[in-house]
Design a protein around this ligand. Structure first.
Ligand code: TMP
Length: 212
């Protein structure tokens, strides 16, 4: 089974993934957790290029780098893990590309779709959890973590996070559109709820959709 988590930066995906891994492992499920971009030695190097804020990258360059990282991860790790019966939990997958590079950066969605098809080899999540949060709230969480006051906008943030609040509003709208078009695959969860409640809702959705 392939489970992906999506949401804008600061939505709380990592916390929920850790909780899910703990629960599934205790139930005897063989789980592999991966993040995008990254997950192989080459893909982790691409991640550094993408997130370091010392340089600029054009929107198309950005799209191709995210896609290169994904192609490595899919072929080297995801396909073999699924073939051996493991459950793969992904911290982001191609919906991030549609939301960030498509809706956020404005790259043509048909072009984007062809590149996504090449990089994923048609691998699709069985279920995608979208942690829904307003961009302002998500950025506040980020600043709280780095103890940087809001007026120091940009400091302590990676290259993507420096894209500004308007960019994140477009990304959020993008996710909502993606969910509307893929309603059978997506489960949207209010990310402002306590972490335990969110975890409970995730576990309940999984039990309901994939009864053992
Ligand atoms: P994260 O690992 O902290 O979520 O950081 C990854 C960043 O890269 C995040 O800002 C979302 C962004 N991203 C894209 O813009 N496109 C993509 O396809 C992926 C996977 C991530």
């Amino acid at each position: 089974m392939l489970i992906s988590f999506e949401g804008i930066d600061g939505a709380g995906k990592s916390t929920q993934i850790q909780k899910l891994v703990t629960s599934m492992t205790s139930e005897g499920v063989d789980v592999v957790t991966l993040r995008e971009p990254g997950g192989t030695p080459a893909a982790e190097k691409i991640r550094l290029i993408l997130l370091e804020n010392s340089h600029k990258i054009s929107p198309i360059g950005e799209l191709l780098l995210f896609s290169a990282s994904r192609a490595e991860l899919v072929q080297e790790v995801i396909v073999p893990a699924l073939a051996s019966g493991k459950t793969v939990i992904l911290d982001r997958f191609y919906d991030s590309t549609t939301a960030y590079q498509g809706y956020g950066r404005g790259i043509n969605l048909d072009l984007l779709q062809s590149i996504i098809s090449i990089s994923t080899c048609a691998v699709t999540p069985d279920i995608t959890f979208y942690l829904d949060i307003e961009p302002e709230e998500a950025l506040k969480r980020k600043f709280a973590k780095t103890s940087i006051p809001l007026e120091f906008e940009g400091e302590g943030l990676d290259r993507m996070e420096r894209s500004g609040i308007e960019f994140y509003r477009k990304v959020q709208q993008g996710y909502r559109e993606i969910m509307r078009q893929n309603s059978e695959r997506f489960v949207s969860i209010n990310a402002l709820q306590p972490t335990g409640v969110i975890h409970f809702q995730i576990m309940e959705s999984l039990k309901a959709r994939f009864p053992v």
